[in-house]
Design a protein around this ligand. Structure first.
Ligand code: NAD
Length: 478
């Protein structure tokens, strides 16, 4: 179903995010027939493009990057016909009147802030001065949303001076992933899981976001941030919330976000003994973190593992283990819910009897697997084996990875539809910083140096110990 007609302005249209994610996502939605006839996309950045030269630029980028089966000359021409460009320096005065004149009053108006966060305040201010912050327009704000609680608060205040909360779309692209929404469908669309979804039946939860890449090329940015700020405070926290939250009264923006906020507020402070920080060493032909970051004295972590507790009736006593890192063995993102063992095994101690695990894989190969114990087929007696009930979307629904819309496609369409369910509210972001700030402050005051780990491994030894000492183990990163 096409979304309403819109004027979408992309500030920072010539940048990496716009070129790699936003524009291809819009093209794919256009190809799928989701953009209404009059929908327009206006690029704005400092480069002096005209409408035509920018179109030519976008054409060559899409030509180079689109997979062959998505290249469609008619669709590409139609898409390029929607594009316009206004040269603007966000901090300058030129270009704004022209942009304002191009905006149509009778369509959805959206402004994508695809520029560095230091420009967000200027952008909001200029949109106001030039009369573009109309009552129903929307702004899309990228991460990082602040560097700590104080800066996040200041940014919220700056945006709030010109826009109402219902107009602000804070992107966390993890929330746009098909499987993440499926997590909510699984939990709240079935009777099967929810009665077991609590500390009485769940032994523990693991959330892993492992990457194989290092930070080379963007070491300057990453070194000021580190895994805690770059991954845990936003993406992993959001995943934790969706697992831990109480059923919202409806799948509506504030109903869902109210429940997520309660989870963040219920998180206990993390004890220093429950955190392991790591920094990748050189190896396998790759440079070390310190070299990639071009900062030989850096104490920034490229890996973190921690144990968190949600203090609520539902979760008291069930730990949430979070782990994320660069240069790990494989690129994989996964949530695994491990259920408790049956109270008594009538089959005696058997190797094949393992705990039930519900594994939700975000990448690669999005899908959900439930591991159950059954009898090994054949006449060999009552021998137990573990088998996966596999809910791969590709197989179950006859879709390919390609058909599953990219997170950016879904989220941008949600902006146009005016649906904030999958976007973070200002108070959520602040609450998340309020939880991470003291943890980071403690490392800084102790001048703590992260432990070194081998590239291609699953992190420092102590991260393994974090679980071993609780009699548990991490799932393999593969
Ligand atoms: P980038 O440096 O590649 O692009 C920035 C864009 O902003 C360019 O088009 C540049 O011309 C424009 N710009 C810079 N200063 C400007 C000014 N004064 N006036 C007008 N335009 C100006 O950065 P990026 O990687 O595309 O990131 C954009 C935003 O998205 C940042 O907030 C970043 O943190 C966020 N983000 C990026 C990614 C990613 O994968 N690239 C992922 C998540 C979040």
């Amino acid at each position: 179903i096409p979304v309403d007609t819109f004027d979408l302005v992309i500030f920072g249209a010539t940048g990496d995010l716009a070129t790699r994610k936003i524009l291809p996502a819009l093209y794919r939605r256009d190809l799928a027939g989701q953009l209404a006839e009059g929908a327009r996309i206006i690029g704005a950045a400092r480069t002096e493009f005209t409408d035509d030269t920018w179109r030519a630029e976008v054409r060559s980028v899409l030509d180079e990057t689109l997979p062959a089966d998505l290249r469609d000359t008619v669709a590409l021409d139609r898409f390029l016909g929607r594009l316009g460009y206004v040269p603007i320096d966000v901090r300058g005065e030129a270009g704004w009147p022209e942009l304002a004149a191009r905006m149509r009053a009778d369509v959805v108006q959206a402004y994508y802030f695809s520029v560095g966060p230091s420009l967000f305040g200027d952008l909001a201010q200029r949109l106001h001065v030039h009369g573009m912050n109309t009552a129903e327009c929307r702004i899309v704000v990228e991460k990082p949303f602040g560097h700590d609680l104080e800066t996040a608060r200041a940014l919220n205040a700056t945006l709030a001076a010109h826009f109402d909360e219902h107009q602000i779309y804070r992107i966390d692209h993890y929330l746009g992933k098909e499987t993440v929404q499926n997590l909510m469908a699984i939990r709240f669309g079935n009777m099967l899981f929810e009665p077991l979804w609590n500390a009485q039946y769940v032994d523990h939860i693991q959330i892993t976001v492992a990457e194989t890449v290092g930070v080379a090329g963007r070491g300057g940015y990453y070194d000021k941030s580190g895994a805690m700020r770059d991954m845990v405070q936003n993406h992993m926290m959001q995943l934790l919330c969706l697992i831990a939250m109480e059923p919202p009264y409806a799948f509506e923006p504030d109903a869902v976000r109210d429940e997520k906020l309660k989870v963040i507020r219920a998180l206990d402070p993390v004890q220093p003994a429950d955190i392991v920080r790591g920094q990748y060493a050189a190896g396998n032909g790759h440079a070390s973190y310190l070299d990639d970051a071009e900062n030989p004295a850096s104490r920034t972590e490229s890996f973190i593992a921690l144990k968190a507790h949600v203090s609520s009736w539902r979760w008291k006593g069930t730990p949430f283990y979070l782990r994320t890192g660069k240069r790990m063995r494989a690129r994989t993102s996964e949530i695994a819910i491990t259920f408790k063992d049956p109270p008594h095994s009538i089959f005696g101690a058997q190797e094949g009897q393992k705990s039930n695990v519900l594994a939700i894989r975000l990448q690669p190969n999005e899908g959900i697997k439930l591991k159950v114990t059954i009898k090994e087929p054949g006449p060999g007696g009552m021998r137990l084996v573990e088998v996966p009930l596999d809910m791969s979307f590709a197989e179950a629904l006859g879709t390919s990875d390609r058909d599953i819309a990219d997170a950016y496609e879904r989220l941008i369409m949600d902006v146009i539809r005016g649906n904030q369910t999958l976007f973070m509210r200002g108070d959520e972001v602040e609450a998340a910083w309020a939880w991470t700030d003291p943890i980071i402050a403690a490392w800084e005051s102790r001048e703590e140096v992260p432990q070194s780990y081998d590239p291609g491994s699953s992190g420092p030894e102590d991260a393994l110990m974090l679980m071993h000492r609780d009699g548990r183990r991490w799932r393999e990163v593969k």
